[in-house]
Structure formats: C-alpha cells, structure tokens
Design a protein around this ligand. Structure first.
Ligand code: SF4
Length: 177
C-alpha cells in the first residue's frame, strides 16, 4: 500500500504546534509505516510538492509570503488541517491587528533598535494589514484548536484521516488547551 503524503507548514506561529507534533515520539515511527513526510520545517525540502494528501498548517497568515504559500499549499493539498489556535483564530499573531502595521514596524525596527534603526524593505516579507486565520484565506477541511494541540490529539487526528473517519475533535481538544 502506498504511503499517504503528509506535509507540515509553519506560518506565523511560535513552532509550539510543531514541537507538539515531535512529542509524538516513538509514535512517529509507527506513523512512518503509513505516512511519508514530503515537506516540513523538519525535513530539507525547499519547494512545496504536488499531490500532498494531508497538510498540517501551524500559524496565522500574516505576511505576503504566508499568503502566497498557503494559496499554493491549498492548490496542492487534498486535506488541509488548521493546526492550533493561531491557524484557527489568528490567536497570538492576531494581537497586533488593533495597532496597524506601521506601529508594529516602528516598535520592532526603530524603537527597540540602537544600531542602524530602519524598516527593511528587502529580505523581510511584507506584513499584511492584519494577521488572519487560515480559513479566511483558503478553504480548510479540519480545525484542530489548542495552544498547542497535544501530541495525543495530533496522533488521533492523523489516525482518523488515515482511516478515512471523521475526527471528533471537540472531545479531544479546545481553544487554549
Ligand atoms: S497555537 Fe500556540 S503553540 Fe501553536 S503556534 Fe500558536 S502560540 Fe504557538
């Protein structure tokens, strides 16, 4: 039987959801029998591939780079999962939304900088006007709240998807859990 092609992506998040994925520990070995990790911050693949079965998306959509990335991911993914509160609600990245991008840039690159302050216009992706939950940009197939969702929850979700069952998320996790 061919393995399911899994990707994980890290948009505007703290990587805590990926740490929770790594907390699967030895269960990763069992999953490796059924899943091939084709793209992730955990592997050295530079381009998001075609024909991905499942993508776990951590983080909100906050920059032009995030926007283009998530649109490409949606085109190339059968089942897209919003993993964690930042992906589901914008959560922590969304805390900047009330202030506007100018105040954020000034705080990060002028007020707290002593050496050569100035807003970069190269190499740093441009912020969107607000950080947005993933489903406001592209269609999402499954929402997995939690900050972060536990390894048990992620294991349950992946197994449900592998078996083609609907994941009953409400019993497993909740916002902020
Ligand atoms: S949901 Fe929580 S753990 Fe996951 S990226 Fe956001 S802040 Fe980090």
């Amino acid at each position: 039987m061919s393995k399911l092609r899994l990707a994980t992506v890290w948009l505007d998040g703290c990587s805590g959801c990926h740490m929770s994925f790594l907390d699967l520990d030895e269960r990763l070995i069992a999953l490796g029998e059924k899943i091939e990790l084709v793209y992730s911050p955990l592997v050295d693949t530079k381009v998001f591939p075609e024909n991905v079965d499942i993508t776990l998306v951590e983080g909100a959509v906050s920059s032009e780079e995030d926007l283009h990335k998530v649109q490409l991911i949606r085109q190339r993914t059968k089942t897209l999962v919003s993993l964690g509160d930042c992906a589901v609600t914008a959560n922590v990245p969304g805390m900047r939304n009330a202030f506007g991008t100018k105040a954020i840039y000034d705080r990060a690159y002028r007020e707290n900088v002593t050496l050569d302050p100035g807003i970069p216009n190269e190499t740093v992706p441009q912020l969107l006007a607000s950080a947005r939950p993933v489903h406001e940009i592209v269609a999402v197939d499954l929402f997995v709240p939690g900050c972060p969702p536990s390894a048990d929850t992620i294991f349950y979700v992946l197994n449900s998807l592998l078996e083609g069952c609907a994941a009953e998320i409400c019993a497993k996790t909740r916002f902020g859990a």
